[in-house]
Design a protein around this ligand. Structure first.
Ligand code: NIG
Ligand code: FE
Length: 377
């Protein structure tokens, strides 16, 4: 039992915050949550010292199976060069040349880095292999190490390939090799990557193979991505940087989550997505890192929360909920992102009295303790 919790978030369906609370973990599950005064007996106690406890972060969008880095590209961007989808090919070259163990070590390193910062559920995409063998290897390694795996063979057309041939490869042999390891299929639907027809062709094939869609949509400009995501009942439309009012309305009228990745806007000097318009229209919103060596090499959900509050005018409560229950919804998971009885015991103790400090004290490591599946890490 975690006792003396000053502020407990996400443990009650009716009120997101409970003050002076306790939380009981049994095995890998939450057994009880509520006001300290009503707490049951427990054989082991951990004193939270009046600090805040929240559900572990759910990072529903990351690209972790890669080798190398692109610091020079980032530096060039900061002095004015725009971000372009083509940068992905640099990482593809490095990734193809890496051994299985190198890639495995990279994913492990980043998942551990995430866990230290309070992230307890991780989604990871392929997309830096772009051949049948290389993509199969990426999803296989991801499946060993993360909760949710997404097949993103349609990240970019590899150098020298014919686009139509490549779309056939992704929708055919590559999908067949990758489907056993993945739950989701994703397409980078964007000018410079895949257009609307190609996106539909790939999503249709993915659905026929039993995968469910999620989409990289409207990151670099206005386009059809968000509306295709809604049309396909995608679990999530990710980025949503450039949204028309029709896009906002489509999301609001659907169960597709708008997953905002403000670390990308920070690291590419783009405008931030209009989170207020989405929330005010009634759309479901999630926050995720997009951790990858190109558009955002940050694994920090706390940083995303701070950006969401400062730059996107989300309230601290909206931002933390988007980083926990929003991420869970974007992965169609009901066992994570909250701390109600039955939830996976993924618990984050902050070195702060309230969740507001995540935005109020940006850049400060505020994680005091993390429990993953009931075990202190
Ligand atoms: O989500 N948009 C496409 N994919 C990644 C970037 C990948 C890269 O630049 O290496 C993203 O931003
Ligand atoms: Fe991404």
């Amino acid at each position: 039992m975690i006792t003396n919790i000053g502020e407990l978030a996400g443990a009650d369906e009716d009120r997101w915050l409970i003050e002076n609370a306790a939380l009981v973990i049994e095995g890998d599950r939450i057994a009880w949550a509520g006001p300290s005064a009503d707490a049951p007996a427990a054989d082991e106690r951990y004193d939270a010292g009046g600090r805040a406890v929240l559900p572990g972060f759910v990072d529903s969008h990351a690209h972790l199976v890669f080798a190398g880095e692109r610091a020079e590209e980032f530096a060039a961007r900061m002095s004015g060069r725009p971000y372009a989808a083509g940068g992905i090919r640099t990482t593809v070259e490095r990734t193809r040349a890496a051994s299985d163990d190198d890639l495995r070590a990279n994913v492990r390193r980043l998942v551990a880095e995430m866990a230290r910062q309070g992230t307890t559920t991780v989604e990871c995409k392929s997309g830096y292999g772009l051949s049948v063998e290389q993509e199969e290897r990426a999803v296989r390694i991801a499946a060993e190490l993360v909760d949710e795996v997404t097949f993103l063979g349609a990240h970019v057309v590899p150098a020298g390939a014919d686009p139509a041939d490549y779309v056939r490869l992704v929708s055919g042999p590559m999908l067949e090799a990758c489907a056993p390891y993945a739950r989701w299929i994703d397409v980078f639907c964007e000018r410079g990557a895949f257009d609307a027809d190609q996106t539909r062709q790939i999503l249709d094939a993915g659905r026929a193979a039993g995968l469910h869609p999620r989409l990289h949509a409207n990151q670099l400009g206005y386009g059809p991505g968000v509306r295709i995501a809604v049309e396909y009942d995608a679990a999530s439309a990710d980025h949503c940087t450039f949204l028309s009012s029709e896009d906002v309305a489509a999301l609001a009228g659907s169960r597709t989550v708008a997953t905002l990745l403000p670390g990308v806007e920070f690291s590419t000097r783009q405008p931030y997505p209009d989170a207020r318009a989405l929330i005010d229209a009634g759309a479901h919103v999630a926050l995720a890192t997009d951790c990858n060596p190109g558009s955002c090499y940050s694994s920090s959900m706390a940083f995303c929360v701070a950006l969401a509050v400062r730059e996107m005018r989300m309230t601290p409560e909206e931002a933390v909920r988007a980083a926990t229950e929003g991420g869970a919804r974007a992965l169609r998971r009901t066992d994570v992102g909250h701390l109600r009885p039955g939830a996976r015991a993924d618990v984050l103790l902050l070195d702060a009295p309230s969740h507001i400090h995540l935005a109020y004290r940006p850049g400060v490591p505020l994680v005091a303790q993390v429990w993953h599946r009931g075990k202190a890490i």
